[in-house]
Design a protein. Structure first.
Length: 337
């Protein structure tokens, strides 16, 4: 039985962490909910019990064994070292620690052995990276992967609960012919899409993504190299924000090292942990965000030969950004711990 704290308990991922702790019957001795001073004093129901949210402070971690953190990179930077100093192990869902060479970056179905290397903090990868790599890793092991190109279609859930609510309200307002004052997403989001609302490197930033890339795209490149322990794997991504409430979609193009076939790829994917094939080609039915919303598996369909180059294939992948892309992956890490 463990004393667990959730940092960022009132956010979309924090709420999903609570749902999963209950669903998976995680062995809890006590549960502490932490958030900003604005949320302190609110109550959240967990297994029929009302738990009061406490303000996140440096002294919040006394007696805590495990911290599940999803409060934002700057918050993790400031407070998670205090959690480690208090004796807790942190599973951090922000970007702050991911590329730190001292911090394991883990997808349990891919590199669970890296958990043993932790020095108090284990990083959860970016949601788009997790959704991409879960079906690609078994193909990487079976056939070798030389190159990956991903185009993502990312839902409002990736920008948080407030972005999801803003999309709902903006859709209603525009459908009724009314103006809408947005505060979270910088552009019209309803009935629109744009690449992308993460930070963009115009050439003036050193140590960030290469010039012309946004942070979200470069995360998928750098994190794949770290999780696969393969710096030579060629990865490229274009990330697009689309007006979908929840669950990210990705169009993947991969070039394999060994010759294979579509049927052999499907055979591998059928046995892949955390992956589910969903398609009815005769009905033109393929995975959609509404199929993945609230579900654990990453859904795959439309595997086909890329006719433009040798030994290359396309596939369509959909996964719930809040669950496997964030909260579920963190809970699985905690279970392995």
């Amino acid at each position: 039985m463990k004393n667990v704290a959730i940092a960022g308990a009132t956010g979309a991922v924090g709420q999903e962490l609570l749902t999963l702790l209950a669903e998976r019957n995680f062995p809890l001795k006590s549960l502490k909910l932490l958030a900003s001073s604005r949320s302190a004093g609110k109550t959240i129901k967990f297994k029929g019990e009302d738990i009061v949210v406490q303000e996140l402070r440096h002294d919040s971690f006394e007696g805590v064994d495990l911290v599940l953190s999803s409060a934002g990179g700057s918050i993790s930077k400031e407070y998670m070292p205090s959690a480690v100093n208090s004796g807790a192990v942190v599973v951090d869902n922000t970007s702050y620690f991911r590329m730190n060479p001292e911090v394991p970056l883990v997808v349990p179905e891919i590199n669970p052995q890296d958990i043993k290397k932790h020095k108090g903090i284990i990083a959860n990868p970016n949601c788009s990276t997790i959704i991409m790599l879960l079906p690609l890793y078994p193909l990487y092991k079976a056939f070798g992967v030389e190159r990956i190109h991903a185009t993502t279609y990312q839902a409002a859930s990736g920008a948080g609960a407030l972005a999801m609510e803003e999309l709902r309200l903006e859709c209603v307002a525009l459908a009724e012919g009314k103006t809408f004052n947005r505060t979270v997403i910088p552009h019209q989001y309803a009935f629109n899409l744009f690449p992308h609302n993460s930070s963009y490197n115009d050439g003036s930033k050193s140590g960030a993504a290469p010039t012309g890339y946004c942070e979200e795209e470069w995360k998928m490149v750098a994190e794949t190299h770290k999780i696969f322990s393969d710096e030579h794997l060629r990865v490229n991504a274009t990330c697009v924000r689309v007006p979908v409430l929840r669950a990210h979609s990705e169009a993947l193009n991969i070039r394999l090292s060994k010759k294979t076939s579509v049927s052999e790829i499907y055979d591998v994917l059928r046995d892949a942990p955390g992956v589910e094939i969903l398609e009815e080609p005769s009905k033109n039915r393929w995975p959609m965000p509404i199929d993945a919303s609230g579900k654990d598996p990453v859904l795959v369909g439309r595997v086909r030969v890329d006719q433009s180059q040798e030994n290359a294939f396309d596939m369509w992948v959909v996964g719930d950004q809040i669950r496997k892309g964030a909260a579920l992956n963190a809970i699985q890490i905690a279970e392995l711990l």
